[in-house]
Design a binder for this molecule. Sequence first.
Ligand code: CTP
Ligand code: MG
Length: 246
Amino acid sequence: MNQPASPSCAAAAPQRFALIPAAGVGARMGAKIPKQYMTLAGKPMLHHALETFAAHPRIARTFVVVSAGDGWIDELLTPELAQRISVLRVGGATRQESVLNGLNEMRAAATVGDDDWVLVHDAARPGLNAELIDRLLDTLAEDAVGGLLALPVVDTLKRGDDAQRSQETVSRAGLWAAQTPQMFRYALLQRALGEAAAQGRIGAITDDASAIEMLGLQPRLVEGSPRNLKVTLAQDAALAEFFLKG
Ligand code: CTP
Ligand code: MG
C-alpha cells in the first residue's frame, strides 16, 4: 500500500546562486583596462552587481568568473564581500564558454543541486537592483523552464543593407531585448550550454536563453528595466552613472 510522502521526503526548496561572467576584455569600449573594472559612480563597474547579489537575502552564494590572469579582482573584494562571493578563474574565449566553465567549477566550491537555480548576470550591467532580482525570482519560482529579464522593443525597426539603405520595416510585434539575469536550473543550463559547445554552436550564441531555446524549450520573458542596460560603448557609461546615482 502506498504511503503518503512524509515531509522529510519532500524535495528541499531549491537554492539560488548568482553566476557573473566577468572575463571579457571590453573591446568595443576601447578603454585601457577591461570595462568591468572601469570606475562608474565611484566604484569599479563589477562591484555594483557583486554588491547587489551579496546583499540579497534570497541568493545563497555568488560566483564570479574571471580570466586566469586577472589582476584586479582581488583588490576589489573587500573581506565582507569575500565571505559571500567565490572567484572562479576559468574565463573562456566567449561569454558562453565562461558561463559553462563557471557552472562546471561551481560544484567544486559549493554544494549545488541539479534543481537549484542559477542566475547568470553580466558584469557589464551595473544597474541591477534587488527589486528586479525579486521580480525574476517571484515570477519564475514555479516555472518548469526558467527565464530572463527583457524589455519589449519600442522602436520602429529597419533592416539595412551593406550600403546602409533601409530595405524594409520589421514588425516589432512580439520582440523583446534580452537582459540579464537569465535564470535556469543548474543541470538544465549546464546541459544546454554543454550541447551547444559539443555541436560547435556555442560561439554563435550571445546569451544563456539561446542555448535553452536550442533544446526546444521556451524561456519566460520577465519585464526588466532601462536601468539594467548593458555598458558596451563609451557613451553607455554616462547613462549607467545616471541610473546608479539617481
Ligand atoms: N564575458 C566573459 N568572457 C568572455 C567574454 C565576455 O565572461 N570571454 C563577459 C563580460 O565580462 C561581460 C559579459 O560577458 O560581463 C557580457 O559581454 P560583453 O558585454 O560582450 O563584454 P566584453 O566581451 O568584455 O565586451 P566586447 O564584446 O566589447 O569585447
Ligand atoms: Mg563580448
